[in-house]
Structures are given as structure tokens and as C-alpha cells.
Design a protein around this ligand. Structure first.
Ligand code: GDP
Ligand code: IMO
Ligand code: MG
Length: 420
């Protein structure tokens, strides 16, 4: 049996915290897509940790954490992260497994990512520059290196061939020095990677499922950044939606049971691209400062705005979301009025659907207003004790989306989660 936790917006919904909370109920936690562009924050006691490559179940003893074939892996980031978690007493050599089919991000992929952004001018994606796009391009281009290739004696020859291919695309850029220094770290990290548990991920996970083990698939990014369904071209390069679990782990669709969608009580986006409910004035600044909305991977300020039910409804459909966890509700505590976008006006026509090429349209979000709760909710432990205004807000979401909000997160700590 497999459950999924994934983001319903543009990433950073709080997936790391929620995966860490629910991991206790599972035997395996598995990442199925994305790479070190992800930054998943969780707390161990009062210590904050941001994970980029390792699944967020790693702090639970006796839980298996699997990096699936759908992920693109930066060995240098992984090595650093393993060292960090080891400092907390985590035995990663025992609990961390990596699929041999997982693709490697090469130093030249990072350089190509930079080159691509530099040549785009005003149309920049706002990539995290971790080499994600180029690594997935080589995967679908069928000319790439995977973790299993590390055990092949021809690995270095293959690497040099790829490097030369990439070099030709980098002729107009002056990245040689950077690449050489990245390469040094890269080869050191590969030695480290070779010593980890490299497995045939698809048999590994299906054997566990057949043995009655419970698997939690952890999404990275969010549905609106999905390469097919997101705000293309301002998206990432993988399928972030629940369908990505099947191809990213080798799991059949009928094995998936719960799809737990995570949304903030408002909305954020880091990087460029359309964001209809963005607030560029005081309320946006208020959300950013109160919610400490700065990227976990790049430190960039996140753009902030009201919750967008058109986007959330879309995410419910394409993922088959069965329940919702709403995070960062406490950030709305101080606001007199809350807005909820329930349709878009596009060229004077109202629609409840996500349009094609949102970036080329003038979208005016239509709002319904709610009274703010004006109460500090961080220490409220039950939904019954939550303010009436919040209950009204949640009830509206439930009715609109026809998927229930099952938990409300009211603080960053592991246990700060209220069952509805
Ligand atoms: P992820 O990428 O989806 O895992 O999310 P990030 O870790 O990038 O960003 C979420 C941020 O919000 C992190 O700094 C979390 O510690 C924090 N966070 C998560 N849930 C809550 C919450 O309910 N309240 C508050 N105040 N912070 C939260
Ligand atoms: P988590 O898992 C928020 C954004 C980037 C950029 C676009 C493409 O922490 O939610 P990429 O590096 O993938 O080529 O960047 O996607 N992006 C994220 N935004 N959270 C993330 O991950 C993101 N991963 C990528 O900012 O706009
Ligand atoms: Mg994040």
C-alpha cells in the first residue's frame, strides 16, 4: 500500500514537515522526482534541518528511505547531507537506499543550467541553477549516466564523452574554472556514493509492498510546477503530480491509496512565472515577513499572495487528492480580512479553469472575502477550540474543493498539527 504527500501549489507548502510527521506510520519513505532544487525543512527538537536529496523520513530510526529512479541526484549535495544527518545520530548507511536507475547530475549540467538562464534575457525561469533541466534533458535524450553506472568500468569514459558534448554547448561561456572545481568535489562524492546501498529500486519497493509494508511517497516542488500541467514554461523538469509516483518508483497505480495534498493557507512562489493572486504591496510584505518566506534552497524572497482555489481545484483533479493538509495557518493570525480566489476573469470572461499559457494572459483573480480570526492559534491543540472565523474559512474550502482539509498546521514544529 502506497500513500503520497505532494505539493498543490508552486512548492514550499511544508511537505518536509508533514512527511516527517507522518513517517512514523510508514515503513518506507521514498522520493520519486526532482533533485536538489527541493528544500524540505523539518525540525529535530529545536534544530532546523533542510533536506534537498534525502527523503524526509530519515530522522525516524528503523524507517527505510529510498531515492527513487525518477529523482536526479547531485552526489555532492547528497554527501554533505549524509554528513549533516550523521551529526544527529542518523545511520544513513543502514537506512538510505538509492535506485540504480537514478540519474546523476553532472558538473556540466549545472553549468548548462546557468548558460540557459543567462541566454534567456527577460524570460528567465528563475531556476535554482542546480542542473535539474539539463539532467532531465539528457535522461529523455537517452544519453546520460545513472547511479548503477558507477559500478561499470567504463564510467569515466562515458563521463568524458558527455562532458565533451556539454562543452560544445558551453563554448560561449566562461565556466571552465568553475566546472573544474565542481568536478573535483563530484569525483570525491562519487566514491562516497559507491559505498551506499545501491539497489534495484523497483523490485526493492514492490517486494516491500507485497510483504505488507507501508510506503509513503514524498513529492518535491508542487503541482503548478509540473512539467506537463504547471505554468509552462515556468516549471521544473519533472512530473511532480501523483502520476510521477508510478514512473518515479516503479509502482503500479492501483497500489496508491491516499493522495495527501499540501497547501499553505495562502500562496507563495519563488522564481518567475504567472501568479494571479500575488500581492505586491503591504499584505504581500506582511506574509513574507511573518511567514519568513525566503527560499529554503536559494534564500531568494518568495512572492506571496492569497490562496488560489482555481489552482487548488486543478491540483485536486490531476492528482486525485483524497485529503488536504493546510500549513502555515498561524501566519494569517494578524490579518483583519482574508481573501480567497474562486475564479479568474480572463479578457472579461469568468472561468474556474486553469488557462493555457497563463503568462500571456491578463488574469484578474475574483475574490471572496472572509473575516480574519485575529487570534494566536499556535498553541491551540484541537479544531474545536479554533476560532469560528477559521472554521468558516475551512468549511468554504471543503465545499469548494470537495476534498476535506484533514489537518491544519499551526507552527513549524513536528507536533504542531491539529486534526480537523
Ligand atoms: P517544502 O519544500 O514543501 O518542504 O517547504 P519548505 O521547507 O521549503 O518551506 C516551508 C517553511 O514553512 C519551512 O520553513 C517550515 O519550517 C515552515 N512551516 C511549515 N509548516 C508551518 C506552519 O504551519 N507554520 C509556520 N509558521 N511555519 C511552517
Ligand atoms: P520544494 O520541493 C519552490 C522553482 C524554481 C524555478 C522553477 C524551475 O522545496 O517545494 P529548477 O531548479 O527546477 O529548474 O527551477 O521551479 N522550484 C521550486 N520552487 N520549491 C521547490 O522545491 C522548487 N524547486 C524548483 O524556483 O522557478
Ligand atoms: Mg522547499
Amino acid at each position: 500500500m502506497v500513500d503520497v504527500i505532494l505539493g498543490m501549489q508552486w512548492g514550499d507548502e511544508g511537505k518536509g514537515k508533514i512527511v516527517d510527521y507522518f513517517a512514523k506510520d510508514y515503513d518506507v519513505v521514498a522520493r520519486f522526482q526532482g533533485g536538489p532544487n527541493a528544500g524540505h525543512t523539518l525540525y529535530v527538537g529545536d534544530k532546523k534541518i533542510v533536506l534537498h536529496q534525502i527523503p524526509s523520513g530519515i530522522f525516524h530510526e528503523e524507517k527505510i528511505n529510498l531515492i527513487g529512479n525518477g529523482v536526479v541526484l547531485d552526489a555532492v549535495t547528497l554527501k554533505k547531507e549524509c554528513e549533516t544527518v550523521a551529526g544527529f545520530g542518523v545511520d544513513y548507511k543502514k537506512n538510505l537506499f538509492i535506485s540504480e536507475r537514478t540519474h546523476l547530475i553532472l558538473p556540466t549540467h549545472r553549468a548548462l543550467d546557468k548558460a540557459s538562464e543567462l541566454s534567456k534575457g527577460v524570460e528567465k525561469i528563475g531556476s535554482t541553477l542546480k542542473g535539474i533541466g539539463p539532467a532531465y534533458m539528457d535522461k529523455t535524450g537517452r544519453n546520460a549516466l545513472r547511479v548503477g553506472d558507477l559500478l561499470d568500468k567504463n564510467f569515466t569514459t562515458q563521463y568524458i564523452k558527455l562532458r565533451m558534448k556539454h562543452q560544445r554547448l558551453l563554448d560561449n561561456f566562461n565556466f571552465a574554472e568553475e566546472i573544474t572545481s565542481w568536478e573535483e568535489e563530484f569525483f570525491e562524492a562519487l566514491e562516497f556514493l559507491r559505498e551506499l546501498k545501491i539497489v534495484n529500486g523497483e523490485y526493492f519497493i514492490n517486494d516491500k509492498i507485497d510483504a505488507g509494508k507501508r510506503v509513503l511517497a514524498e513529492g518535491a516542488q508542487g503541482s503548478m510546477l509540473d512539467v506537463d500541467f504547471g505554468t509552462f514554461p515556468f516549471v521544473t523538469s519533472s512530473n511532480t503530480i501523483s502520476g510521477g509516483v508510478c514512473s518515479g518508483l516503479g509502482i503500479a497505480p492501483q497500489k496508491i491509496k491516499e493522495v495527501i495534498g499540501i497547501t499553505k493557507a495562502y500562496c507563495t512562489r519563488v522564481g518567475s512565472g504567472p501568479f494571479p493572486t500575488e500581492l505586491t504591496e503591504t499584505t504581500g510584505d506582511y506574509l513574507r515577513n511573518t511567514g519568513n518566506e525566503f527560499g529554503s534552497t536559494t534564500g531568494r524572497p518568495r512572492r506571496c499572495g492569497w490562496i488560489d482555489l482555481v489552482a487548488l481545484h486543478f491540483a485536486c483533479i490531476i492528482n486525485g487528492v483524497t485529503q488536504i493538509v493546510m500549513t502555515k495557518a498561524d501566519i494569517l493570525d494578524g490579518l483583519d480580512e482574508l481573501n480567497v480566489c474562486n475564479s479568474y476573469s480572463v479578457n472579461g470572461e469568468e472561468t474556474g479553469n486553469i488557462p493555457f499559457r497563463m503568462d500571456r494572459l491578463n488574469i484578474v483573480p475574483q475574490y471572496k472575502s472572509f473575516e480574519g480570526w485575529k487570534t494566536a492559534i499556535t498553541n491551540i491543540a484541537t479544531f474545536t477550540a479554533m476560532p469560528a472565523q477559521m472554521k468558516t474559512y475551512i468549511e468554504y474550502l471543503n465545499n469548494f474543493l470537495k476534498v476535506p482539509v484533514k489537518y491544519i498546521s499551526n507552527g513549524p514544529g513536528r507536533e504542531q498539527l491539529v486534526k480537523v
